[in-house]
Design a protein around this ligand. Structure first.
Ligand SMILES: NC(=O)c1ccc[n+]([C@@H]2O[C@H](COP(=O)([O-])OP(=O)(O)OC[C@H]3O[C@@H](n4cnc5c(N)ncnc54)[C@H](O)[C@@H]3O)[C@@H](O)[C@H]2O)c1
Ligand SMILES: [Zn+2]
Ligand SMILES: [Zn+2]
Length: 380
C-alpha cells in the first residue's frame, strides 16, 4: 500500500529534554510540502555534535527534538514542485544546504548558503521546515527538526536544497558518514588548511572527525602527521590511517605544544583541532611554525567560550581559520566524495567501529562518551 500523501507512523528517537537518554517513540511524519522530500533513513551515524545538542553545558537546543545529521536513505515521496528527486533515489541529507542561487552559493570562497545563514533567533531555519512548521508529531506534541536533517527517525522530511542524490550502488551504512564526520575532517585538511605535499601536520582529537583529518593530511601528501589524543586506544587506527607520531599529552610534563614544537624543529606547518576544547585550540595555534603555520579549528566549543589568541602570534605570520562541513559545497561535492569512496581512494570503513540496530541509540552515545567508538552507525 502506497504511503504517498499520507502520514507515516514510524520509529524515532526523541530527546524530550537536555541531559536525558533518548526515548524510542512512535512518531507521525507528515507528507512533504512544496519543495520538500520525505526520506526513508536506512542508516545514521552518531556525531559529537548530536551529543552537544543534548548536553547541559551547550544549552542551545530546542526540545522536544529529533536529532541526527549524519544519515543516508532512500526517497519515499516528493512534494509539489520537486523535479530533481524521485522515489527510490539514494540520498544523503545535508545540514549545509546548497541552494545554488544565493550570494554565498555563487561565491566560490564559501560553502555557506543563505538557507542556513539567516538565523531567526532563537529558532534557526533548520529547527523547523522552511515554512516555519514541523513535519513531526508525537503524543500530540510538535517535535522540532534538527539541522534540517533529523536522521534519528525512520522517515524524515527535508527541504529540496538540503538533499543530494548519490550513486545507487553506494552502501548506505558506510557513506552516511559523508553527511558529517568524514566530509568535515577530510575537507578540513584538503579545503580549509590546504595541507601541502611534504608538510608536517598535527591533528588534535582522534574521533571520527580527527581521523578523517588524518586521512586528508595523508591524501594531501603530508610527510609527517602528529596525532594527539588523551585516549591511547585511538592510536592504532590513527597509525593505520597515516599518522607517523601518536602523542598523549598526559605522558609529558611539558605542555603538548612545546613537545610538538621541539619534535618538529620549531613548529608544524598545519595544525587541525578536532576536539572542541578552547585550551586545545590554543595549543594547536601555539604548535604551528611562525612565518607560515596554519591552525584550523574544527571542534565546536561550548557556547560563550573563546580562544585566547595573542596578536603577536598573528603578527609573526601564524594563520588561524576554521571549517564548516570541511568547506565542501555540499550538493556539488558529496556525490564526488561517494564516487571516490567507491573507487577506494580512502578507507572510510575503518571509521565505523560499531553497527547497531537503531533501538540501541543510547548504547551508541555511551560508546562515544566512554571513548570506545570512532563512529557507531545505527541501522533501521
Ligand atoms: N566544524 C564542523 O563543521 C564540525 C562538524 C562535525 C563535528 N564538529 C565538531 O568536531 C569535534 C569532534 O567531533 P567527533 O565526532 O570526532 O568527536 P569525538 O568525541 O568522537 O572525538 C573527540 C576526540 O578528542 C579526544 N580528546 C578529548 N579531549 C582531548 C584533549 N584535551 N586533547 C586531545 N584529545 C582530546 C577524545 O578522546 C576523542 O578521541 C566536536 O567538537 C564536534 O562538535 C565540527
Ligand atoms: Zn556532525
Ligand atoms: Zn545558497
Amino acid at each position: 500500500m502506497s504511503t504517498v500523501g499520507k502520514v507515516i507512523k514510524c520509529k524515532a528517537a526523541i530527546a524530550w529534554e537536555a541531559g536525558n537518554p533518548f526515548s524510542i517513540e512512535e512518531v507521525e511524519v507528515a507528507p512533504p510540502k512544496e519543495h520538500e522530500i520525505r526520506v526513508k533513513i536506512v542508516a545514521t551515524g552518531v556525531c559529537r555534535t548530536d551529543a552537544h545538542a543534548v548536553s547541559l553545558s551547550f544549552k542551545e537546543g530546542l526540545f522536544p527534538v529529533i536529532l541526527g545529521h549524519e544519515g543516508a536513505g532512500i526517497v519515499e515521496s516528493t512534494g509539489p514542485g520537486v523535479t530533481t528527486f524521485k522515489p527510490g533515489d539514494k540520498v544523503i541529507p545535508l545540514y549545509v544546504p546548497q541552494c545554488g542561487q544565493c550570494k554565498f552559493c555563487l561565491n566560490p570562497k564559501t560553502n555557506l548558503c543563505e538557507k542556513i545563514s539567516k538565523i531567526k533567533t532563537p529558532i534557526s531555519d533548520q529547527d523547523l521546515m522552511p515554512d516555519g512548521t514541523s513535519r513531526f508529531t508525537c503524543k500530540g506534541k510538535q517535535i522540532y527538526h534538527f539541522m534540517g536533517t533529523s536522521t534519528f527517525s525512520e522517515y524524515t522530511v527535508v527541504a529540496e536544497t538540503s538533499l543530494v542524490k548519490i550513486d545507487a550502488a553506494a552502501p548506505l551504512d558506510k557513506v552516511c558518514l559523508m553527511g558529517c564526520g568524514f566530509s568535515t575532517g577530510y575537507g578540513s585538511a584538503l579545503n580549509t588548511a590546504k595541507v601541502e605535499p611534504g608538510s608536517t601536520c598535527a591533528v588534535f582529537g582522534l574521533g571520527g572527525v580527527g581521523l578523517s583529518a588524518v586521512i586528508g593530511c595523508k591524501a594531501a601528501g603530508a610527510s609527517r602527521i602528529f596525532a594527539i589524543d588523551i585516549n591511547n586506544n585511538k592510536f592504532s587506527l590513527a597509525k593505520q590511517l597515516g599518522a607517523t607520531d601518536c602523542l598523549n599529552p598526559q605522558d609529558f610534563k611539558k605542555p603538548i605544544q612545546e613537545v610538538i614544537t621541539e619534535m618538529s624543529n620549531g613548529g608544524v606547518d598545519f595544525a587541525i583541532e578536532c576536539v572542541g576544547n578552547v585550551a586545545v585550540m590554543k595549543a594547536a595555534l601555539e604548535c604551528i611554525m611562525v612565518g607560515w603555520g596554519t591552525c584550523t579549528i574544527v571542534g565546536v566549543a561550548p557556547g560563550g567560550q573563546s580562544i585566547p589568541v595573542s596578536p603577536m602570534q598573528l603578527i609573526m605570520g601564524k594563520k588561524i581559520n576554521a571549517t564548516f562541513f570541511g568547506g565542501w559545497k555540499s550538493v556539488d561535492s558529496i556525490p564526488k566524495l561517494v564516487s571516490d569512496y567507491m573507487g577506494k581512494k580512502f578507507n572510510l570503513d575503518a571509521l565505523v567501529t560499531y553497527t547497531l540496530p537503531f533501538d540501541k541509540i543510547n548504547d551508541a552515545f555511551d560508546l562515544m562518551y566512554e571513548g570506545k567508538s570512532i563512529r557507531t552507525v545505527l541501522v533501521f
